[in-house]
Design a protein around this ligand. Structure first.
Ligand SMILES: Nc1ncnc2c1ncn2[C@@H]1O[C@H](COP(=O)(O)OP(=O)(O)OP(=O)(O)O)[C@@H](O)[C@H]1O
Length: 700
């Protein structure tokens, strides 16, 4: 095994299920073939545990023991620096701190924003673009100086025309006009470059913000997703980031331009006529006060608007995603009304914003016109008393006009900035949120001695979303390595919760869950999950091809070869139905696998788990009976999958229960009976016996 065989560790945060080249003869397939050759040639770390024979049969490679590399590197988007260190991890002692073994550099995606003011956080986002932005500001300065010098020279031209004593001014007029044309050309070029630089930096900032946010969201603990709705998160990712990005870039660019032009303009007004300038600028302070009040109001309003929009998106996302249920209950009109009332509320807020905006811009427009009028009035008087030339008054008027325009630009910059800050509030909350459970840190066990024995000891647990309802009280269960344990119990007794706790989606309130005698809270959750395979009653597939869904089980889907996928599909009894589709393995499965039947989805999920080749298997048997043939095929595939692994199965089938090494009966938060089927059935007053009589287990 060589790190280079797994080159794609340096890929950025994955956003899809791997490149479509899986089925082509592209580099992904070649890499896969290379890696497969290497595994076959007896590289270190052969499969120490169960499933080894099957893995060999499938041509699969057991992951190098303790190799935490790929998931971590992929998730972190880091430069693949973890490869070497990860390789050392499995050679060291029985347990290795994974965080130390594979340093992760994801600082690019996580702005260290906590504890800073919002303006500082915004600047922090723009920091990586400082060079481009500095260049843009340079070009902005050039174009502004040129634009703002124009009125001065235009005033000169007017004076040349009006005040030339001889009347022969054509020579100097031509020279001045030619110079001015050259200057204007330079100004236009500088402005174009500024716009390009600002726009591209803006897009990069928004991209980085989206990637950071997505990374931060995916790292959160499962309890966070129990409470936060998907639609809201999607709204934050799409709408809020765009709003914040716009306020930071295009808006910042226009704001800087307006600011520069206003200051130069005011300076030039004082240069041309200090007296007139003082008179005119007395109107600025009242406008500034108005702008501050308006800005604060707008910021509050934007926060409310974005929250309401998030609620509307949430509703739309959930209802569209479950259109079959909506249709089955005939609730289309109700849902349309609900959505309309939500967007109507957004519109009410937009109306409030429109009123505030109208008042503010009306006031600034009026003051702009009043300024021009007052310049003409006062300037006319000054000209009458020979304190000003016609050229000076013209220059001054042009500067006043520019300053008026720039102040207008500054006020819309301010209002957009306030909107950005309003949207940013929620984004910072998400970006800075520390996951309640560690994401990718802790120990990894030595793979050579890794057995996969599981044990729950006196576990107490409540779900964070419902802390008052105890799920487990003094729950204890031991699952020996390489055995099959069937978990049975009434509906709602907490069977699926056992699976969630083993995957460390939640932590118990007290008691311990251990793997090979080590508390799983000490273990790296990413490593732990890499050792566990799950097949649920209703497996979730992603909306891509069958091949990509199967390859998802591998550590590096892009390195999986078509042959490997076909082999696991064969073992999972899935090849026949896949081949019956015109596009075979490239058939798209639809959102959540909606284009496949329940039995087909299960077999693809089994193939996916086979490709993962985990030491521990958590199965949730389907409650609904499949047709006889499908059931036989799924059962056979499951039997092959279970071979040689530690299996915990939430059992609904009598045959599964009978075949299990041990049956554990869960009731009222604890295991009340344990033993094999016959032993438990022999207890005259046993709960298991009653359960068997009461519940209709699928008798296949
Ligand atoms: N994320 C959650 N937050 C709060 N409560 C939950 C959550 N998930 C499940 N529950 C509750 O925990 C209890 C146990 O649920 P669980 O799904 O583990 O039961 P189960 O035995 O697997 O049920 P079934 O056989 O019907 O699938 C139920 O009362 C359920 O309402």
């Amino acid at each position: 095994w060589t790190p280079s065989a797994r080159a794609p560790v340096s890929r950025p945060l994955p956003t899809g299920l791997g490149p479509p080249r899986l089925w082509g003869a592209g580099p992904g397939a070649l890499r896969g073939a290379g890696a497969a050759r290497c595994w076959a040639s007896g590289c270190p770390g052969g499969d120490p545990g169960g499933g080894a024979g099957l893995a060999r049969l499938l041509g699969l490679r057991a992951r190098p023991p303790g190799d935490p590399r790929l998931p971590r590197a992929l998730l972190s988007g880091g430069p693949g620096g973890g490869a070497r260190a990860g390789g050392e991890a499995w050679r060291r002692g029985p347990a290795v701190p994974a965080a130390a073994a594979a340093p992760r550099d994801d600082s690019r995606l996580r702005p260290a924003a906590a504890g800073r003011s919002e303006a500082q956080k915004l600047l922090g986002l723009a920091y990586p673009e400082r060079r481009r932005l500095a260049a843009a500001v340079g070009f902005l300065a050039v174009s502004s100086v040129i634009t703002m010098s124009a009125p001065f020279f235009l005033g000169r031209i007017i004076d040349i025309i009006y005040t030339s004593p001889t009347g022969d001014y054509s020579g100097s007029l031509t020279r001045l006009c030619l110079t001015l044309s050259g200057m204007f050309l330079c100004g236009a070029a500088a402005n174009a470059i500024r716009v390009y630089l600002m726009q591209t930096s803006g897009q990069r900032i928004v991209n980085r913000l989206r990637a950071s946010l997505f990374s931060s969201v995916l790292r959160q603990e499962v309890a966070f997703f129990d409470k936060t709705r998907t639609g809201e998160l999607i709204n934050r990712l799409s709408s809020d980031t765009a709003l914040l990005g716009r306020s930071l870039t295009e808006n910042l660019s226009d704001g800087l331009r307006a600011g520069a032009q206003a200051s130069v303009g005011i300076g030039m007004m004082f240069f041309v006529s200090p007296h007139l300038a003082t008179f005119v600028l007395s109107v600025v302070p009242p406008i500034s006060i108005l702008a501050v009040i308006y800005g604060r109001y707008l910021r509050k309003l934007t926060k409310l608007t974005q929250d309401s929009l998030a609620q509307a998106t949430q509703l739309a996302e959930e209802r569209i995603g479950n259109i079959r249920t909506v249709r089955a209950f005939g609730k289309e009109m109700t849902e349309i009304e609900k959505y309309t009332s939500k967007v109507d509320f957004v519109m009410q807020l937009a109306r409030k914003e429109a009123i505030a905006r109208a008042g503010f811009f009306g006031a600034t427009g009026l003051s702009g016109n009043l300024i021009v009028l007052s310049v003409l009035y006062k300037g006319g008087l000054l000209m009458g008393s020979a304190h000003m030339t016609v050229g000076e008054l013209s220059s001054f008027l042009m500067y006043a006009f520019w300053v008026g325009l720039s102040i207008g630009g500054l006020s819309s910059f301010y209002s957009e900035l306030m909107k950005g800050l309003g949207a940013g509030g929620r984004l910072w909350e998400l970006l800075e949120r520390k996951p309640g459970l560690p994401f990718d840190e802790g120990l990894t066990l030595n793979e050579k001695s890794f057995q996969g024995a599981l044990e729950f000891k006196n576990v107490h647990f409540t779900y964070p979303a419902r802390p008052e309802v105890p799920i487990f009280q003094d729950f204890s269960l031991s699952i020996p390595s390489g055995s099959v344990t069937a978990l049975v119990g009434p509906s709602g007794s907490g069977k699926s919760t056992v699976v969630s706790l083993l995957l460390r989606l939640y932590d118990p309130l007290s008691g311990t869950i251990s793997l090979d005698g080590r508390d799983i809270r000490q273990l790296n959750p990413v490593w732990l999950r890499s050792k566990i395979g799950t097949v649920s009653q209703e497996p979730v597939l992603f909306s891509c091809s069958i091949a990509e869904n199967i390859a998802y089980g591998a550590e590096d889907p892009s390195a999986v070869t078509p042959e490997q996928v076909e082999r696991v599909a064969e073992v999972a009894n899935a090849t026949a139905f896949i081949r019956s589709f015109p596009q075979g393995f490239s058939t798209m499965v639809g959102e959540k696998g909606v284009l496949l039947s329940g039995g087909q989805k299960q077999r693809i999920a089994i193939a996916r788990a086979l490709l993962k080749n985990p030491r521990i298997l958590l199965l949730d048997e389907a409650t609904s009976a499949l047709d006889a043939e499908n059931e036989y095929l799924v059962q056979e595939a499951l039997d092959r999958l279970m071979e040689g692994r530690t299996v915990l199965i939430i059992a609904h089938r009598l045959s599964t229960i009978k075949n299990a090494n041990m049956v554990a009966v869960l009731d009222r938060g604890k295991i009340i009976e344990c033993g094999n089927h016959d032993e438990l059935l022999a207890k005259p007053d046993g709960i298991y016996r009653k359960l068997m009589n009461k519940q209709s287990f699928v008798s296949a």
